[in-house]
Design a protein around this ligand. Structure first.
Ligand code: AMP
Length: 184
């Protein structure tokens, strides 16, 4: 399957082109259409199979804004178990969304929270975060989930193994119920 078959926004295709991707990988072929159709999904795929693009590209297509989000709300939330993974996902999001006018931010523990508060203050379209730091930001009322439309739990198995169950459950209790949920 070619990315052009998915009728993605030309600006997203430009980003994909710049990465040198020609065909969608198997996990991308399986999940991108259901995500674009608005379905909740559960998918299992190894790291290195193109899993990140499999959820990021459809989310970009759905957000595809013409103007940056100034509402002070998060539209898409991607939770991942570690700082390294959060940074890696954020990097991918930035590359794929290079030609879109989107606000992307990340939040993870072990560093000063003030930068993250500053980065999310004026609204974020896509926030990539570890569960603990995200809950901190929410408890301090620095972010709002009222406009949230998409939730991704990446490496959910590892998040559970690291003991994040209660934190994730609490975060989910603050999210709108009409969101789309993607679990990897
Ligand atoms: P991931 O599984 O998301 O960690 O991705 C592993 C690697 O595959 C990354 O370096 C991506 O840039 C690359 N990748 C993702 N999708 C494709 C694709 N359709 N064609 C070629 N490489 C890809």
């Amino acid at each position: 399957m070619k990315f052009t078959d998915l009728r993605l926004d030309p600006r997203i295709l430009e980003g994909i082109d710049a990465m040198g991707y020609e065909n969608a990988t198997p996990v991308q072929q399986q999940v991108m259409v259901p995500i674009l159709e608005g379905k909740d999904i559960i998918a299992a795929a190894q790291t290195g199979t193109g899993k990140t693009a499999a959820f990021v590209l459809p989310i970009l297509q759905k957000l595809k804004p013409s103007a940056p989000n100034n509402e002070g709300r998060v539209k898409a939330l991607i939770l991942a178990p570690t700082r390294e993974l959060v940074q890696q996902i954020e990097e991918s999001v930035l590359k794929y969304s290079k030609h879109l006018d989107l606000r992307v931010a990340s939040a993870f523990g072990g560093v000063d929270i003030r930068h993250q508060i500053e980065a999310t203050k004026h609204g974020v379209d896509i926030l990539v975060a570890t569960p603990g730091r995200l809950l901190d930001l929410h408890t301090q009322e620095k972010i709002s989930f009222t406009g949230l439309k998409y939730l991704v739990l990446d490496e959910a198995d590892r998040m559970l193994a690291l003991g994040f169950y209660a934190v994730i459950k609490e975060i989910i209790s603050y999210l709108p119920t009409w969101r789309q949920s993607l679990l990897f």
